[in-house]
Design a protein around this ligand. Structure first.
Ligand code: BG6
Length: 483
């Protein structure tokens, strides 16, 4: 079987990694604007670039040196969006996933009226996409919240942030609803346990006696409640629109068939599913509640929270998939990085320079697992390969490794579809080179389109088509027949 008619092929980005213009037209500070770039960061240390202390955040706010704050520059999509959207249209995109920077609409998060200049920017972008026939897929929260809310409330650990987020979403639905059918609430919602500052604005020293982890689970609960409220609101304000959840699919295999390794793997996978379970089934899994209780991490819930979560579940399940890993109870096995995780090295898989283990079959396994568990349409909203690219003297960029990566993953998607999985679409991460989330490097490139900018922000910002650009164009034109 091949890809279904109307399959949504496209690409995905996040505001904080592309827009730049971090303080233009009334935009406020976001948590990502104080995230530093450190040139020789250890690939295993995905938190190395993130300030997790109040002192660090304040020092970053006082530091004008643009060299260390790559996210403040992005790839200047703010001023290049027409050119970039035209390139996506040239590739034949049916869909483009982007996020709305909360701090562009509500600079401190607490204004009573939104910043009209921020709204105008997104209206222009969405109108242009509409004109080009590209369906928007909008993430409401992608590693970006007004920094003020982190400093004042400790981010999502405080319930008061729920109402502020709902107000932001209401503005998005009212002003952008006519252009947007598909919405995602929280990007990689499970990741707040792994990088709580960028995902949820949590500053550990503000967490008090219960500690950072308790704060994180409280933040997760607050996001579940906010997610349910926002889904309810979307259904009231934009009839026919759909809300999806977004999970980091941390596909984990037992390192060996020793039952203890299998049990440890099972535990890890259940933790990963937890964040989707709540949003699809409308209730906390009993095993997770028990585990949180034993560890003294049960979040505080208010009357009515669980009813809300039960009543407003999501329409579809989206996820990111970059790599798989394995789990072992043996403390001496080698651990390697993946997307915000450290897993045990799988001897059967190759790794990228950043250590992420490439596993196309794992995508098929993930699709089948998620569909069998949730029986909801699925959407692969992130998948791609970060690599260094070389620009040849004639300006061309040959990236057969990227084509190989995508082709292998697409073949596995086909097999999952053939097995009966309902797959709505696929957005590659990322169709254009951008600032990497974990390392803040430019040189970890994902795009079909090259951007002339280095890790220190030097370059003309010129866009160039890589070989993979033409390949993806052909894939989309033939709906996956010709890879
Ligand atoms: C996901 C994020 O975790 O992985 C993206 O949603 C991110 O924002 C992507 O860019 C790839 O990670 P990295 O660190 O290679 O940019």
């Amino acid at each position: 079987m091949s890809f279904p008619k109307g399959f949504l092929w496209g690409g995905a980005v996040a505001a904080n990694q592309i827009e730049g213009a971090w303080n233009e037209d009334g935009k406020g500070w976001s948590v990502e604007d104080v995230v530093t770039f450190k040139p020789k960061v250890d690939v295993k240390d995905y938190k190395a670039n993130v300030h997790t202390s109040l002192e660090g955040v304040k020092a970053a706010m006082a530091d004008p040196d643009p060299t260390y704050y790559a996210k403040r520059r992005g790839i200047d999509f703010y001023h290049h969006y027409k050119e970039d959207l035209a390139l996506f249209a040239e590739m034949g995109f049916k869909v483009f996933r982007l996020s709305i920077a909360w701090s562009r609409l509500f600079p401190t998060g607490e204004e009573t009226e939104p910043n009209e200049k921020g709204i105008a920017f997104y209206e222009d972008v969405l109108r242009e996409m509409n004109r080009l026939g590209i369906e928007p897929l909008v993430t409401l929260s992608h590693y970006e919240m007004p920094l003020e809310l982190a400093l004042k409330y400790n981010g999502w650990a405080d319930r008061r942030v729920i109402g502020l987020f709902v107000r932001f979403c209401e503005v998005c639905f009212r002003r952008f609803g006519k252009y947007v059918k598909y919405w995602l609430n929280f990007n990689e919602i499970d990741s707040l346990i792994r990088h709580s500052f960028t995902t949820a604005g949590i500053i550990p020293e503000l967490c008090g006696e219960r500690g950072e982890l308790a704060c994180c689970y409280q933040a997760a609960h607050n996001q579940f409640v906010a997610g349910a409220m926002v889904t309810k609101l979307l259904r009231e304000l934009v009839p026919g629109a759909q809300m999806g959840l977004m999970l980091t699919k941390l596909t984990t295999y037992p390192h060996t068939c020793a039952p203890e390794d299998v049990a440890a793997t099972q535990k890890k996978n259940l933790e990963n599913f937890f964040y989707a379970d709540v949003q699809v089934f409308g209730e906390y899994p009993r095993l997770i509640l028990r585990d949180l209780e034993k560890r003294g991490l049960t979040p505080e819930m208010e009357p009515g929270d669980l009813e809300l979560i039960r009543a407003h579940t999501v329409d579809f399940v989206s996820f990111s998939y970059y790599n798989s890993s394995t789990e072992s109870v043996d403390p001496n096995v080698e651990r390697v990085p993946g997307n915000t995780i450290l897993g045990v090295k799988n001897p059967y898989l190759p790794s990228s320079e950043w250590g992420w283990q490439i596993d196309p079959v794992g995508l098929r396994i993930s699709l089948i697992e998620l569909y069998d568990r949730y029986r909801k349409p699925l959407f692969v909203v992130e998948n791609g390969l970060g690599m260094r690219d070389t620009v040849e003297p004639d300006g061309s960029i040959h990236d057969p490794y990227r084509v190989d990566y995508f082709r292998a993953h697409f073949r596995e998607m086909e097999k999952a579809i053939d097995a009966g999985v309902e797959l709505m679409g696929y957005t590659s991460w990322a169709p254009i080179d951008l600032v990497s989330a974990n390392t803040n490097q430019m040189s970890k490139r994902y795009g079909f389109i090259y951007v002339d900018q280095d890790d220190l922000g030097q370059g003309t910002l010129e866009r160039r088509r890589k070989d993979s650009f033409y390949w993806y164009q052909k894939v989309i034109a033939t709906n996956g027949e010709n890879m």
